[in-house]
Design a protein. Structure first.
Length: 371
């Protein structure tokens, strides 16, 4: 009996000492990794975050990464109806006496579409005032980081699903100039998607393991989980196929004229598709601080690709106006304002910027609907 008690006591002592040692090691590891005591951590409130995922028909889609990102604007961009499968039923049915306007394009278009959709007293009601007995509904189909031909693919997809529109507004230009020219500069075909597509591929080839251990209640669990994640990541990189080999990347620099012609042709195809379904179409070149007639923008001094904007925009305007498509050059929409209507050094707009651009678009949307 005494021997059994001694064995149990020894086992218990070994268990306690091992647990204490592992916990001490875990606390030390957490301090080295995070620079603070493990139990001083606080659980941050959920904040809106984005993640890029692969879409089978238009490259990448940017979707909410957590519940905090449902129906909110984050970083002046917005959730699109386009990738929101499971959250939005498609097609979205037309209500009685309703005019449906679809907004397509990249992140600036997405912020405009979201703003119009959730602040109907501005854009929607101003248009509805010209059509007695009608209401206007704007639906956002723009996707962060998209450019042609993905935008045309998105329209094709939703038309095939049976989505009804009275007017399709394609707001683009910045991504088509900057991403296309940046691709060409790297020796990648100018038609290829934004880097977000490559990041989505990378998440398959090298999944993000950084969140492992975040929910561990004790330091020992955290340390073991983090070490396992580091080991797993090393093994994935060692044995996995490089993401660059998981997709075809045509090598063809292309010229400025090639890029502009391609951008315009994709828009003309969108217009032709829309017209074939009895839908009106409006192509809008989005305003950007790197191309304005007022005081030049100087938010970034070096190491950026935005210099492509003043190179391409004048040629885009000239080509689109000569093409015969229903085109509106909105690049002067914010010329009377300063830098305060832009939320970053790239292209995105503040609330004031969005409202002003939508106000400028109203008569052009009305004209398109009345044609």
């Amino acid at each position: 009996m005494k021997r059994a008690t001694k064995v149990l006591a020894t086992i218990l002592l070994l268990f306690i000492s091992t647990t204490v040692s592992l916990e001490a090691a875990g606390i030390a590891y957490a301090y080295i990794v995070e620079g603070r005591f493990f139990y001083a951590r606080s659980t941050p409130a959920a904040v809106p975050t984005w993640r890029s995922t692969i879409h089978p028909f238009w490259g990448h889609a940017t979707v909410p990464d957590n519940d905090a990102n449902k129906d909110v604007i984050y970083d002046d961009m917005a959730i699109s109806h386009a990738p929101s499968f499971g959250q939005v039923v498609h097609p979205i049915e037309r209500k009685k006496d309703e005019i449906i306007i679809g907004i397509f394009g990249g992140s600036v278009a997405a912020s405009l579409g979201y703003w119009a959709e959730h602040n109907p007293r501005g854009f929607n009601d101003l248009i509805a005032a010209e059509f007695p007995g009608k209401t206007v509904r704007t639906i956002n189909f723009a996707v962060v980081g998209q450019k042609q031909p993905s935008t045309a693919n998105i329209l094709t997809y939703f038309l095939a699903l049976g989505q009804e529109f009275d007017l399709v507004i394609n707001v683009d230009g910045f991504n088509d100039a900057v991403i296309s020219a940046s691709n060409a500069e790297k020796g990648i075909h100018y038609s290829w998607p934004a880097p977000a597509w490559a990041r989505a591929i990378n998440k398959i080839a090298e999944p993000d393991l950084s969140g492992i251990g975040a929910k561990c209640p004790i330091a020992a669990c955290y340390a073991v989980a983090k070490i396992a994640a580091v080991t797993a990541g090393s093994l994935i990189r060692l044995f996995n196929v490089p993401s660059a080999n998981m997709m075809l990347v045509p090598r063809n620099r292309g010229s400025e004229n090639d890029i502009i012609s391609y951008w315009l042709k994709a828009s003309q195809l969108m217009e032709a598709m829309a017209k074939s379904q009895g839908i009106k179409y409006l192509h809008v070149l989005q305003p950007n601080q790197w191309f304005r007639r007022s005081a030049p923008y100087g938010g970034v001094k070096e190491n950026h690709s935005y210099d492509f904007v003043p190179v391409f925009y004048p040629k885009m305007i000239e080509a689109a106006k000569a093409s015969g498509e229903n085109f509106f050059d909105a690049t002067a929409a914010l010329d009377a304002y300063g830098d305060e209507v832009y939320s970053d050094t790239c292209c995105h707009l503040t609330e004031e910027g969005r409202e002003q651009v939508l106000k400028v678009l109203v008569p052009h949307a009305v004209d398109a609907l009345q044609r």
